[in-house]
Design a protein around this ligand. Structure first.
Ligand code: GDP
Ligand code: MG
Length: 254
């Protein structure tokens, strides 16, 4: 089974297309796989939940199911990821694969075939990467691309993880057997509050077990398919990222 965790905040314009594409494309490309989507609505003020539940109802088959988990008020991306990962880890068998992706249609469902294939091949974590040969970014401002590249260079230098160049992309697959015990037994596994959570997950997994095998697959990032503005607060994310980097580099892992 593939369990797909999707954090969503005010994504009414994107969520129906995403769920429709997931059901259709994975049904086409991986017809034998059971897919359970956990959409984590983080106190959206728009109709994200109603739209998602309507789509889930229409799309439900023996192999495709979408559940909406709800935070009554907005708690930020990290808490949404935590809720989703705990839910997925509770339901997964060790042989299953847990995927995280954005709700904005910039992460295309077809790439999940490559991400999950890498797990079947033996890797523990597969990351969709903007920084390897074959990757391409469409529609993202040069400023945002430069920021991610800057973060990648800094991290690769100060906190290298073999196999990883893109520390911040949220589109990833994890071997359930690997993250289940770490997520379940460590209440502080997710200790960040904002977008730096995605980076911290990779750092903590690597710190927890130096033998984990990380790999990247090239992404085609369709930022032009996203409707609405980014939810990322740039200034806050830069501050959080630099503070996190300093703490982890100095050996603080709480
Ligand atoms: N649960 C939750 N999800 C959020 C929040 N902010 C953003 N997201 C979701 O996290 C994902 C990443 O945000 P996005 O706007 O796509 O950021 P970008 O791709 O970096 O521009 C999307 O699926 C958002 O809906 C939040 O406060 N809570
Ligand atoms: Mg996005």
């Amino acid at each position: 089974m593939i369990l797909v965790v999707i954090p969503a905040y005010n994504e009414e314009a994107n969520v129906a297309r995403l769920l429709g594409d997931l059901a259709e494309i994975l049904g086409e490309l991986m017809p034998a796989s059971r897919v359970l989507v956990a959409l984590v609505d983080d106190g959206s003020k728009d109709r994200t939940v109603a739209v998602a539940e309507g789509a889930a109802e229409r799309l439900r088959t023996a192999n495709f199911e979408c559940t909406t988990l709800r935070h009554p008020e907005n708690r930020g991306l990290a808490e949404a990821i935590k809720t989703g990962l705990l839910y997925a880890c509770d339901r997964a068998n060790p042989k299953d694969i847990i995927v995280t992706m954005d709700c904005d249609n910039s992460h295309t469902p077809g790439l999940m075939v490559q991400l999950t294939r890498r797990i079947f091949e033996g890797y523990d974590v597969a990351v969709a990467s903007r920084f390897i040969s074959g990757s391409r970014v469409v529609g993202l401002t040069l400023f945002r691309q430069a920021l991610s590249l800057g973060a990648a260079i800094l991290l690769k230098t100060l906190l290298p993880i073999p196999g990883i160049r893109d520390y911040t992309c949220g589109y990833r697959a994890y071997r359930a057997a690997v993250i289940q015990p770490i997520v379940r037994d460590n209440p502080r596994f997710i200790s960040e509050t904002g977008f730096s959570v995605m980076l911290d997950i990779l750092l903590k997994l690597h710190h927890h077990d130096r033998h984990l095998a990380f790999v990247e697959v090239p992404i085609l990032l369709r930022y032009d398919w996203k409707k609405g503005a980014s939810k990322m607060a740039v200034g806050r994310t830069i501050r959080q990222t630099l503070r996190l980097l300093a703490r982890r580099r100095l050996g603080y892992w709480d």
